[in-house]
Design a protein around this ligand. Structure first.
Ligand code: NDP
Length: 284
């Protein structure tokens, strides 16, 4: 660090509410420490009516970027100057870079999932079942389709799922269909990858499991969960009993951190210190 900036760290952070349970700050600051990056990440409780001022405040204070979490991922868009193609297609932003005063919106939810998935399988040409049709499901379905997945089935309880399937089918190279979720939903024949993108199983409801027919899985199916806490969900445990390879939600979170820091600083960060910080928090 040069003498001229030794007392001035670069600033990043997160705007959400509720913010207190969000572990991203611990993960990102562990990465900054590990790589001796002179930057801080500040977890901020921001109410919807204050979002505009928070965004403008970040720009005024020279922040290099920030994450947006619930409930700001769609609302933040009207305060931004540009969107990446993926963020536009997903219709939500969870990561903003501030470059020379310009606010650029990106979505790292699906990218984080994709990078985590690629550690166990290549989605190119694969048939994927996504459970849920909310923000995480949308980002995952679109990024997997853009990454070369052949077919995406979206299972959901209502027509949000039909709309997501239509969107993926129309706007990406993948084909997509909707599966109405009544009772136990199943993996259609030939499904290679199943992703739980619902909040079912999230702390404190740790024994909850999506209504799913585990008999429909074959041992070659990769089964992933977005839930970071606890990482070993009831859904993954049942898939493991069927002999499936499983992937927890911590990998998605860590890879979102890597994507976010790269978007803000251009630096490629090691996953290990971030995973270690989260493992300490979740005691795994
Ligand atoms: P949303 O509220 O936007 O969407 C939730 C989806 O799950 C909806 O489609 C909803 O169905 C469906 N759902 C909820 N409960 C049930 C149920 N009992 N049975 C069937 N479907 C259900 O949430 P998000 O997409 O923003 O977040 C989902 C999860 O993803 C959260 O737990 C979050 O922690 C996790 N996440 C993890 C990340 C990571 O890095 N690991 C990153 C981002 C999110 P319906 O449409 O019928 O209401």
């Amino acid at each position: 660090m040069s003498a001229s900036n030794m007392f001035l760290d670069q600033l990043t952070g997160s705007f959400s509410t509720p913010a207190a349970e969000n572990p991203t700050v611990a993960m990102i600051e562990a990465a900054y420490r590990h790589h001796a990056i002179a930057a801080r990440y500040i977890n901020c409780e921001v109410q919807p009516e204050d979002l505009r001022e928070a965004v403008h405040g970040a720009r005024a204070m020279g922040w290099i970027g920030f994450n947006c979490s619930i409930p700001h991922k769609v609302a933040v868009i009207e305060h931004l100057d540009q969107l990446t193609d993926a963020a536009r297609l997903i219709g939500a932003v969870n990561c903003v870079a501030i470059r020379e005063g310009e606010l650029i919106g990106e979505n790292t939810d699906g990218k984080g999932f994709l990078a985590s998935l690629q550690t166990v399988t290549d989605p190119v040409g694969k048939k994927v079942l996504v459970l849920g049709a909310g923000g995480a499901a949308r980002a995952i379905a679109i990024e997997l389709a853009l990454a070369g997945a052949a077919h995406i089935t979206v299972a959901n309880r209502n027509d949000r799922g039909a709309k997501l399937a239509e969107h993926v089918d129309a706007k990406t190279p993948a084909s997509a269909e909707f599966l109405q979720w009544f009772g136990d939903v199943w993996a259609p024949d030939g499904t290679d990858i199943v992703v739980n993108a619902t909040p079912v199983g999230l702390y404190p409801d740790v024994d909850a499991c999506p209504a799913f027919d585990f008999q429909s899985l074959s041992a070659s199916t990769v089964v992933a969960d977005v839930i970071p806490n606890p990482p070993r969900t009831a859904f993954l445990k049942s898939a493991g009993v069927r002999g499936c390879r499983t992937l927890d939600g911590l990998g998605m979170l860590v890879n979102q951190g890597i994507a976010g820091i790269a978007f803000w600083t251009g630096m490629q960060i090691d996953a290990a210190p971030m995973r270690a910080a989260l493992s300490d928090i979740f005691a795994v």
